[in-house]
Design a protein around this ligand. Structure first.
Ligand code: NIG
Ligand code: FE
Length: 418
């Protein structure tokens, strides 16, 4: 039996608790439900009580000596961060491409010449399951030290059945092997593999007829994602793949309008995607369609920075009523980072979101983007005891003192892991 944990005297406790279940929009994104001199009682893996320290003294004062008492004075306490978009399971790395891009090559040129996603696919196909486990574990450790307690993970560096399943099985095993909860997404449609070059529609047929049924039958994924981009999958092909996934109970997600405007945001609304990702080049019409359909914009400002592109119009999307989440996009090509705090900083600096909006986007709205809002993303009675204590007094400092990791301690399901 693990001891209960009593976190006391937090300078600021941002619970993110709000009535209502859906993702937060507009002004709701600024409501952090702050408590001064805040306290949390964690027991049996869940939050048992939240409030001021005075209130918890009344409720739990008698049980103080049973608990591990943590003095959080001078600290901000928040829910564990949620990263709703990662490609964390991959083999190898691509530092040479980083140099090539600085020398002038574009991301798509490198990919079309057999590098980029194709290079990682080769390395991931070659890696054993054990090697992938080992490499992914190290990245997850880094996520945890940066305050992330739940992360989505995509396949998509296999693009053949064996390797797609290998990636998804690694995620399944990591559920047991690592403290972070991983939420799996099938992304067989990450690129057209070289063996299908010039036969794109045949690959789409193969993915729909051969891959999707196996992934669904083995219950290896909850979501189905497509890279809808000029030169990768057209909106028509993407729609076929996402609709087919729906027949197997897989919820659509879509990498949309990243490099060129391509109608991805509009398609996300049309197919009822839970989220659309990137959206650097999303049209005004697409943004409106997403707001109307309640599609979450999962924005990836670290990717924009790393590709030296103008970030998505985060400010405009929040103002238009689109629920916004943010994510690292952790992957070996366009965003090799495991730092959600950096992503929050960039959401403010590059997308003019406010510090409060950035925190909502990295917690509650991020949880909504992977359908986990009933368990994580806010600190409320009965929810998972995933908590971060930061070595700063308030949430503004989290975004203001940028590029630094302020994490002091992390609890996952009530157990201290950092
Ligand atoms: O989200 N855009 C497509 N996929 C990834 C990059 C994958 C890679 O370069 O390996 C992304 O940016
Ligand atoms: Fe991505």
């Amino acid at each position: 039996m693990t001891k209960p944990v009593w976190i006391k005297h937090a300078s600021q406790l941002a619970t993110l608790a709000l009535n209502g279940k859906g993702p937060r929009v507009k002004e709701e994104m600024s409501e952090l439900s702050l408590i001064e001199d805040g306290s949390l009682w964690l027991e049996d893996g869940v939050v048992k009580a939240v409030g001021t320290t005075a209130k918890l003294e009344e409720q739990y004062g008698e049980r103080e000596n049973e608990a591990e008492v943590v003095d959080a004075s001078g600290c901000l306490v928040t829910p564990g961060l949620v990263d709703p978009h990662t490609h964390v399971v991959y083999g190898g790395s691509r530092e040479r491409e980083f140099e090539m891009r600085l020398e002038g090559a574009t991301y798509m040129e490198i990919m079309n010449a057999g590098g980029g996603i194709h290079a990682t696919t080769r390395m991931t196909r070659e890696a054993t399951e054990e090697e992938l486990m080992e490499q992914t574990m190290r990245r997850l450790d880094s996520f945890l030290t940066h305050g992330v307690t739940t992360a989505e993970g995509k396949s998509g560096y296999g693009m053949n059945i064996e390797t797609e399943l290998k990636q998804l099985r690694v995620m399944q095993k990591l559920q047991e092997a690592h403290a972070i909860d991983i939420v799996p997404t099938f992304m067989g449609a990450h690129a057209v593999p070289p063996e299908y070059k010039g036969r794109e529609d045949e690959f789409v047929d193969h993915l729909i007829k051969e891959m999707l049924p196996v992934v669904a039958e083995e219950k290896l994924a909850e979501f189905n994602d497509v890279f809808c981009e000029k030169g990768v999958f057209t909106p028509e092909q993407s729609e076929r793949i996402l609709e087919a996934g729906k027949d197997y109970g897989l919820i659509p997600k879509i990498h949309a309008d990243e490099i060129e405007p391509y109608g991805g945001a509009e398609l996300a609304a049309k197919v009822g995607a839970i989220s659309a990702e990137h959206l650097l080049k999303a049209s005004d019409q697409g943004i409106r369609a997403m707001a109307d359909a309640g599609v979450i914009a999962c924005l990836l400002p670290a990717t924009a920075l790393y590709l030296r592109e103008q970030a998505a119009a985060g400010r405009k999307m929040v103002d238009a009523g689109v629920p916004v989440a943010i994510s690292t996009d952790c992957n070996p090509g366009s965003s090799p980072t495991t730092s959600m705090p950096l992503v929050m900083n960039l959401a403010c600096i590059l997308m003019r979101m406010t510090p409060a909006e950035a925190l909502t986007a990295a917690t509650y709205n991020a949880a909504c983007a992977i359908n986990r809002q009933d368990k994580v993303g806010s600190l409320e009675q009965g929810k998972q005891a995933d908590v971060v204590m930061w070595d700063i007094e308030n949430y503004q400092k989290l975004q203001y003192l940028f590029g630094v990791n302020h994490v002091k301690s992390v609890w996952k399901k009530g157990i201290q892991v950092v």
